[in-house]
Structure formats: structure tokens, C-alpha cells
Design a protein around this ligand. Structure first.
Ligand SMILES: [Zn+2]
Length: 444
């Protein structure tokens, strides 16, 4: 997920439900007869195979492992992850639209595969934990003078900047955050001191910047430091081949109409040889849940009425690149999508779920709420309006009815080096899984 997702709270682990049910997805084609409500009472009797949290945890562990290098371009981590997913799709028995599950497309992005060192007056800082380099930074090597501007008022900084020698680093407090947007400055770069845990992003790494922004944990930066020594290696990768992984299950009565589950499997990759971003919550969790849903619906007794596609996208963190490519080059007409659900950040749940686009697709939202109430599943089903913060958006923009759903509950690791599998609470996985299967069964 990109952008605004922060500040979920840590929740207590709830008892996991272990329902085993049976049924098949209902689907009457887009623009059909509307949603049948009032069938909720029959659902409890209908299922054999349910969710498998152990399977999901195993998938997350694999996707977030050091060997996957944070599932981006460095070390071809995303290719390794896509190969793993294709193997899972194969085991599950999903069909492919072409000769393979892969849909390839090009990415150009700045990366940091090599050396990353930073020290202040001979005190060295740890990449990822103590500092983060802005993703569009060029390589640099040398020692530079530090000019402290933490006490400079934001409105007087431009005058102060005019006297700079161009070869020093400015040390800035939060009041100067707006400088991040400037194309050029009369300094080699700016050190931004942060009070909160450092959180990386790679979406503006598509071009190199003219100066280097470095975010530093305030408590690890020596007060009144005089000199900074830097050695960063970057590699701007052009036209790297990334790939979406897509499979489907043929519907038994409406094979030309599709329900679609999507999840991005990529994450932020590496920042230097020794630091990678595991991306367990973001979004190994959603990818694993989508794969678990595919396992469920691939069982003959759960075969859906309409076809069901499963799309694992890459390039999300770099700017929804995989989903945007897919929506521009769909493997079947977008008009055939009855409904799409994007899963991103789904390993919490103690406070329920948030449905982005819940305010747009009211009928489907009400169905979700009724099913949840009847079956007493997740704590709360909340809704929001549209947002361009994840992979549902390129579809939404083209008129495809869709939700982006993430879980709610405490988890503080957003785009940090500590977004690790062992930290994920999975507080309401089984309940959320059950709700999703009920939902697609009852869509008409
Ligand atoms: Zn993200």
C-alpha cells in the first residue's frame, strides 16, 4: 500500500474460529438483477473447506524471507516472488489466460544494491534503522560539512540558503519539511531529523533527484555534528521486466463473468547490501490471503458460479505500476468484472475491517455488513470513499466496481525494516476469510 496508511493500533489476539463450510460463489453477471439479501440464514449449512491460517503464515514467511530481498528489482526479488506464486497457482490448479500465469511489463527505477554507509564525526549510523536515503538519490562518496538549520524559521530559510557554498549538507527540523518538494537547492543535500520511526517509500524513484534527502532518526544523530561522510552506491535500472501473476477458476454457470481478487506481492526491496524491507503486512499478508481464497474456491465442491480471477500485482509500491499495466492491457474485457476486491494490509483485524469505496458501492457494502452481522464475524465493517492508495484504483478509474479492504487493529510497522512475519497478529483472519467467501457467494 502506498500513501496514507499509518497508525493502526495493536490489538489483542482474538480466538480463532475454525469453521469448515461448503458452498459456491453466486454470480449473475454485471448489471444483473441486484443483490439478494435475506439468504444469510442458509449460509451456515453449506461449506466443507475453510481458511487455512497455517498455510497463510507459511506463504508470508516465504515472501518476507531475506532470499526475496524485499520483493523489488534488487536481486530480482520480485521475480523470485512471482516464481513462488506461479508455483502455488500451479499446485492449486488455477488456469492461466495464456501459456503462463505471467504478464510482463517494463519498470524503470532507481535502486541501491551496493554499499550504503553514513557516519557523522566518525560515529556510524545503521541503514534502515537510523537513516533512510530518498529513493531518487544519486550515488555519492565523500565528506561534507554540516550546516545546522534546526532552529531556523521556515520563512527565513530561503535567505539563509542563498549564502550556501553548495557542497555542504543542511541539517533540518520538521519545520523545513516543505524543502523536500524543491527541485534544486544550493546544498549537496538535506538531512531531515525525524522523531518517529523511519518509514521508506520508493514511488518517486522513477527519476534521479538533483540533491540527496536523507531521513535520520533524531536520537541517533550526534548533536552538533560537524561533518558527514557518505558512501552510497545507486543503480538506475531501465526497462527491467517485472511481472504480474494471474490465474483463474472457470465458473460453472456464468463462465464469462468474473469475480476478481487482487493483491500486490511486491514491496520496497533493499536499501544497500545489508538492509531489506520484509513487507510482511504490506503486502505478503494480502497476497497469501488471496492465494488461500484461490485454494478454497479451487476445490470442486466450492466451484464458483461465475469465473474467479486471482491477480498478484508487482510494482505497486513504485506507483501502482502492475495494476495500471493490467488495467490498460486486460486479459479479458474489464466490463466482464462483476466485482473486484483488492486485499492490501490484512494481517490485523482486532478492530474490524475498512472498506475503501464502501461509500461508492452501497449495495455491495450493505451486503457485506449484513453478512457480518448475521454471522457475527469481524468486530466492525467500516467504510470510506474512493482513494488512489492501492491496486483497486486503476480498475475503479476505468469504471470497474471494486472495494479495497484492509484490516484494522494495532500494528506499527508501516514501510519499516521491522515489518516481519513473526510480528503479524492475524487477529481476525478466519472471520475475515469467511466474510469474503460469503460475500462472493451472495453477489448477484
Ligand atoms: Zn506499501
Amino acid at each position: 500500500m502506498r500513501g496514507e496508511m499509518r497508525g493502526e493500533r495493536r490489538g489483542e489476539r482474538r480466538e480463532e474460529r475454525g469453521e469448515r463450510r461448503k458452498g459456491s460463489a453466486g454470480c449473475g453477471g454485471r448489471g444483473g438483477s441486484g443483490i439478494v439479501l435475506g439468504v444469510m440464514l442458509m449460509v451456515a449449512a453449506l461449506w466443507t473447506q475453510g481458511q487455512d491460517l497455517e498455510y497463510v503464515k507459511g506463504c508470508v514467511k516465504e515472501l518476507a524471507s531475506p532470499g526475496m530481498s524485499g520483493r523489488s528489482v534488487v536481486d530480482e526479488g520480485d521475480r523470485k516472488a512471482s516464481a513462488f506464486l506461479a508455483e502455488e497457482f500451479q499446485k492449486i490448479g488455477l488456469q492461466s489466460f495464456g501459456t503462463s500465469y505471467f504478464q510482463e511489463y517494463p519498470i524503470s527505477i532507481n535502486t541501491f544494491p551496493g554499499k550504503i554507509r553514513l557516519s557523522v564525526d566518525h560515529h556510524s549510523l545503521k541503514p534502515g534503522r537510523d537513516f533512510l536515503i530518498s529513493c531518487n538519490a544519486p550515488g555519492i562518496s565523500g565528506t561534507y560539512e554540516l550546516v545546522w538549520a534546526t532552529n531556523v524559521r521556515s520563512d527565513s530559510i530561503l535567505t539563509a540558503l542563498s549564502g550556501a557554498n553548495g557542497n555542504a549538507f543542511l541539517v533540518a527540523g520538521e519545520q523545513l519539511n516543505y524543502l523536500r518538494e524543491m527541485a534544486s537547492i544550493p546544498y549537496k543535500g538535506i538531512i531531515f531529523l525525524n522523531k518517529n520511526k523511519l518509514s521508506w517509500k520508493i514511488s518517486n524513484g522513477k527519476n534521479l533527484g538533483q540533491w540527496i534527502a536523507i531521513d535520520v532518526n533524531e536520537s541517533s544523530f550526534p548533536e552538533n555534528g560537524k561533518q558527514i561522510t557518505l558512501s552510497f552506491e545507486n543503480h538506475f535500472v531501465e526497462n527491467y521486466t517485472s511481472r504480474n501473476v494471474i490465474g483463474y477458476i472457470q465458473g460453472k454457470s456464468h463462465p464469462d463473468t468474473f469475480l476478481v481478487f487482487t493483491a500486490h506481492y511486491d514491496h520496497l526491496g533493499r536499501m544497500g547490501k545489508d538492509t531489506y524491507f520484509p513487507g510482511a503486512h504490506d503486502n505478503a499478508s494480502g497476497t497469501a490471503m488471496m492465494t488461500d481464497l484461490a485454494r478454497h474456491f479451487a476445490l470442486p465442491e466450492n466451484q464458483p458460479a461465475c469465473s474467479m480471477a486471482f491477480m498478484a500485482f508487482s510494482g505497486e509500491e513504485a506507483g501502482l505500476l502492475g495494476s495500471e499495466y493490467y488495467a490498460g492491457h486486460p486479459l479479458f474485457p474489464l466490463e466482464k468484472i462483476r466485482f473486484l476486491i483488492n486485499l492490501d494490509l490484512v494481517s490485523t483485524g482486532s478492530d474490524g475491517i475498512m472498506v475503501i469505496n464502501g461509500e461508492e458501492f452501497n449495495e455491495e457494502f450493505e451486503l457485506l455488513v449484513s453478512l457480518n452481522r448475521e454471522e457475527n464475524l469481524v468486530k466492525e465493517v467500516k467504510k470510506r470513499g474512493p482513494s488512489n492508495n492501492s491496486d483497486h484504483y486503476p480498475f475503479y478509474r476505468r469504471g470497474v466496481p471494486c472495494f479495497f479492504i484492509h484490516t484494522l487493529g494495532e500494528y506499527s510497522e508501516y514501510h519499516t525494516v521491522d515489518d516481519k512475519p513473526e510480528r503479524l497478529p492475524f487477529s481476525a483472519y478466519n472471520e475475515f476469510f469467511t466474510l469474503l467467501t460469503l460475500f462472493v457467494q451472495h453477489l448477484e
